[in-house]
Structures are given as structure tokens and as C-alpha cells.
Design a protein around this ligand. Structure first.
Ligand code: HEM
Length: 510
């Protein structure tokens, strides 16, 4: 993929990940000579502790604890404490009747978690959403790329197609972002002036969708039959897929007996999904579908995948990440905000007032802040993988035998906030990654399903949009601080991430 950013240009394979050099590693047990990572472990082998109990009642009780009585973080933390281990067997939602087997081996530290990125050891077939898979009726009958393992023949051509999608109009990305998000900030500014508050999350939903369609497809949704309906349709469609693992804030028992126990029937969303398909079929005609044809993909498979990646992966990700960025930078306070404003304006001025890639490369604090947002609150926090063969996985303290076929589950925030890797791991430290030495810690920033200093390839399951995501997140801060000296936020919860309102926007004074 043509890289958007020079910072993540390293093409070294995952085996170079510092965690996998030396003692921190996964090692094959059945054939030590084919070890893909590092020398055999010297840590004591420990039986994987188990938190599993009664077959049916256990998973239902655990699901209730995970969503309501404890919450996800506490559910996992309390089990680590109970069994004194960051690698252990436990149940994850939704469990029966939607998922027959909710038992997984949880990897809950910075050492064990990254084994999930090793495509030699880990299969990721139909595991994107975990122990259950949404109906294929929701994706036109196709298993989209996120569900396809690296060994399946469709993986490489589909990933190449998405690399093409993200790069073929790259000169449009910065100008479309500035114009769409510039309009968003204009309207948020007038809301704050008139009402004292403005809903960033709501405005971001529409802006993110319009930006993606304008920059990647050169179309304006408002001028199509879709009008302004895109974001709402996508949100409903995502709910049909992720309902079993979401909370919407309904009364807990009611929500658990419905959303987490019954699949929403896909026919209810079919008409809306068909509107999206028609829109993406029209919008992809020409160079994108020509590329799909060159790659040997059918028009149908290409369109359902382009739709999925644009609406689920890209749009879904931006609607979680952008409010997070405002939340953390808002909370970081006026000193950090003033430093960002100074740095960003000086770098843009040095480029003759233009927001260029070069200007953005000369903003070390801004870059660090985005990485820190991605570290402290990874937008997609759960990852799954199935052992292709027997191997050993290490935690900080012990080594554990994993058997072929076993399902592994990683909770990413416990890896990226591991206090044995990061100082003040629970704190937002704006300049955590500023400077050559501190940049090395980027190998422990894992939001993209891989280390931040490694680029996605057709041979792995790292996010195809990695560089694009970092670029747009950087542009959000650049746009914000070219316009404003500082801002304040009010943060609430939403089904996927945070809901953020702006309560002040102080216009740029220098
Ligand atoms: C904030 C935005 C985003 C986040 C947080 C994000 C996160 C992720 C994560 C965690 C995975 C791995 C999931 C798993 O297998 O367990 C993934 C995979 C993937 N992402 Fe992203 N993503 C984002 C944006 C994008 C964008 C913009 C695109 C491209 C249009 C994209 C396309 C994909 C694809 C195609 C895969 C599967 C890769 C493969 O099968 O090899 N994502 N993403």
C-alpha cells in the first residue's frame, strides 16, 4: 500500500516485534526447530487456571457480570486477581443460545496478547466478532475480509483491493477532510455560541460518513438517493451485527433477555442494506471495480466488501476514535492544548500556511497525542484467534501450553496499559511518544491488530486502514487547533465508546 505516513514505514515482519525477542514469546512445542518467534521459554510451565464453572448457568451469570454487575474491565480484572494469572480460561459474551461455547483462553497482559498477531500460530477465520458470527444475510451472503483468514484464497485479493481503495484518491483526502470537518466546526461553533453546548458525536457521525464518501469515492451522499440517511442506516446495520455484545442502556434484565439472547432478524434491515448496496455499486463503478476485476474478484463480492470496510471498519472506527480524541485532549487541559496549538500553527506556517504531510510530520507532540489516545483507549478492544497448532504462550510470570483448536481472546487495553511496559500506564501522558527513544514504545501500541511500527500486508490480519486512520486522527487535531486555542468537553457513555459534547471553543488568538 502506498504509505500515507512515513512514521509507520517499517516493513519488518512481526517477528521483529521487541516483545517477541528474548524471553517474551510464543514458542512451538511440537517442533522447536520451526519456532517462529524466539528461543524456548525459561519460565515455569503453569496449567492455565480456569474460571469456568457450571455449563449453562455459569455463562449466563458471567454475561450478566460482564455487562452489568461488574462491567467488562472489572469482570476481567477480578478474575486475574482471583486466579493470580493474566492468562486464564473464562467465559465471554454472548454465550448460549447465540454462541454455543463461550469459553476462551484470555490473554490479559502485554506479553501474551501479541501472540494473536502471529499468522503462523493463529487462525482468524470467522472470529472478527468473537464466539458468534453475524448472519451472512447482513453482508449480501458474503463473508467479508474481516472474517477471512490469511490462508484463504480471497484474503490477499480483497486486502489488495482495500489498499487500492484507500490510496487511489489520496490527493483528495486532506482537502476533503478540511472542507467537511471545517463545516462541522463552523456549525459546532455556532451551537456553542447560541446554546452553550454542541454535540460533537452527532455532528461527527454525519461528517465522518460524508468525508469518507467524498474522499474515497469522489461522490457526495447528499446528492444521491441516500441523502443524509447513510449514518443512521449504518448504525442500525451495525446494531444488527453487534447487538449480542453491546449494551444500549436499557433495563439490564430486559436487555440481556433480548439483545444478548436473540438475534435481530436480518430481514428487518434488508431494505436499508439494499439502499447502501445500490449506493456503493454506483459509487465504485469505474476505477475501483476495474481494479477488483483485475484482482479476479466478482463485482458482487467487491461491492459488499467495499461497503463493509467503508461503513463498518472505517466509519464505525472513526465514530469511536474521534470522540475519544476530543475526550482525552479535552481532559488533558489548557496547557497541553496551548502547546498543541503552538506546534501545529508553527508547522503549518513553515509550509506557507498549507496543511501538508510534511507539516504534519513536523508536529511531534500532536503525533504523540494521537498515539496516546490509541494506546489508552484502543477503539476496538477485543481480539480473537484460534491456535493452528500446539504452542506455548508466556505471561510476565509463567508459560502456558496452548493446544491446537483452542480459542484465544485478548482484551487489548490490558496489554496497552500494562504497567510493566508503560510508566503511569493509566494516565494520559501527552508527550509519551516524543523523541527517538520514546518512539520505540510504539511497538506496544496495538490498536490496528499489530504493533504501530509495523505496516499491514496481505499476509497478516493487521488493519488495512492503519495509515489512513492515523492520518485522519492527526488531521482532526490539526483542524481543531488551527481554529481554536482551547476547548472544553462534557463526556457521556454511548453503545460504542463515548458521547462527547463541546461546552466551549475559544477561537485562535495568535
Ligand atoms: C479508527 C478506525 C479503525 C480501527 C480502530 C480499526 C481496527 C481494526 C482492528 C482491531 C482490526 C483487526 C480485527 C480482528 O481481526 O480482530 C482491523 C482489521 C481490518 N480493518 Fe480496520 N480499523 C479502523 C479503520 C479501518 C479502515 C479505514 C479500513 C479500510 C477501509 C479498515 C479495514 C480493515 C480491514 C479490511 C481489516 C481486516 C484485515 C485483514 O483481514 O487482513 N479499517 N481493523
Amino acid at each position: 500500500m502506498a504509505s500515507f505516513l512515513s512514521v509507520s514505514s517499517s516493513s519488518s515482519p512481526y517477528h521483529n516485534h521487541p516483545l517477541l525477542r528474548g524471553k517474551l514469546t510464543a514458542t512451538l512445542t511440537n517442533n522447536p526447530t520451526t519456532t517462529t518467534t524466539s528461543p524456548p521459554t525459561t519460565l515455569p510451565i503453569r496449567k492455565i487456571p480456569s474460571d469456568l464453572s457450571l455449563p449453562l448457568l455459569g455463562p449466563l451469570r458471567d454475561r450478566f457480570a460482564y455487562f452489568y454487575t461488574q462491567g467488562r474491565g472489572e469482570y476481567l480484572r477480578s478474575r486475574i486477581n482471583r486466579h493470580r494469572s493474566t492468562v486464564l480460561r473464562l467465559n465471554v459474551p454472548p454465550g448460549p443460545p447465540i454462541a454455543r461455547d463461550p469459553a476462551v483462553i484470555a490473554l490479559l497482559d502485554a506479553v501474551s496478547f501479541p501472540v494473536l498477531f502471529d499468522a503462523d500460530l493463529i487462525e482468524k477465520k470467522n472470529l472478527f466478532t468473537g464466539t458468534f458470527m453475524p448472519s451472512l444475510h447482513l453482508t449480501g451472503g458474503y463473508r467479508t475480509l474481516s472474517y477471512i483468514d490469511t490462508t484463504e484464497p480471497e484474503h490477499a485479493p480483497l486486502k489488495k483491493l482495500l489498499f487500492f481503495l484507500l490510496s487511489h484518491r489520496r490527493t483528495h483526502v486532506v482537502p476533503e477532510f478540511r472542507s467537511t470537518f471545517g463545516n462541522l466546526f463552523d456549525s459546532l461553533e455556532s451551537d456553542v455560541a447560541s446554546a452553550g453546548t454542541a454535540d460533537f458525536s452527532e455532528g461527527n457521525d454525519q461528517a465522518a460518513f460524508n468525508f469518507l464518501i467524498r474522499s474515497l469515492f469522489g461522490k457526495d451522499p447528499a446528492e444521491s438517493e441516500l441523502g443524509t440517511d447513510g449514518p443512521n442506516i449504518v448504525k442500525k446495520w451495525v446494531l444488527f451485527q453487534l447487538g449480542p455484545i453491546l449494551t444500549l442502556g436499557l433495563p439490564s434484565l430486559l436487555e440481556d433477555l433480548t439483545l444478548h439472547s436473540i438475534r435481530l432478524p436480518s430481514f428487518l434491515i434488508k431494505k436499508d442494506y439494499d439502499r447502501l448496496v445500490k449506493f456503493f455499486l454506483d459509487s465504485s463503478a469505474g476505477s475501483i471495480l476495474d481494479e477488483a476485476y483485475r484482482l479476479g474478484l466478482s463485482k458482487e463480492e467487491a461491492v459488499h466488501n467495499i461497503l463493509f470496510s467503508t461503513c463498518f471498519n472505517a466509519y464505525g472506527g472513526m465514530t469511536i476514535l474521534f470522540p475519544n480524541v476530543l475526550k482525552w485532549v479535552g481532559r488533558a487541559g489548557s496547557r497541553v492544548q496551548a502547546e498543541l496549538a503552538e506546534e501545529i500553527r508553527a508547522a503549518v506556517k513553515a509550509e506557507g500556511g498549507e496543511v501538508t504531510m510534511k507539516a504534519m510530520e513536523s508536529m511531534p507532540l500532536m503525533k504523540s497525542v494521537i498515539y496516546e489516545c490509541l494506546r489508552i483507549e484502543p477503539p476496538v478492544s477485543l481480539q480473537y484467534g484460534r491456535a493452528r497448532k500446539d504452542f506455548i504462550v508466556n505471561s510476565h510470570e509463567a508459560a502456558f501450553e496452548i493446544r491446537a483448536g483452542e480459542l484465544l481472546f485478548g482484551y487489548q487495553p490490558f496489554a496497552t496499559k500494562d504497567p510493566r511496559v508503560f510508566d503511569r500506564a493509566e494516565e494520559f501522558v501527552a508527550d509519551r511518544f516524543v523523541g527517538e527513544e520514546k518512539e520505540k514504545l510504539l511497538s506496544h501500541v496495538l490498536w490496528s491488530n499489530g504493533p504501530e511500527n509495523v505496516s499491514p500486508t496481505v499476509g497478516d490480519k493487521q488493519c488495512a486502514g492503519k495509515d489512513f486512520v492515523v492520518l485522519v486522527a492527526r488531521m482532526l487535531l490539526v483542524e481543531l487547533f488551527l481554529r481554536y486555542d482551547s476547548f472544553d468537553v462534557e463526556v457521556g457513555a454511548s453503545a460504542l465508546g463515548s458521547s462527547v459534547k463541546l461546552t466551549s471553543l475559544k477561537p485562535a488568538s495568535f
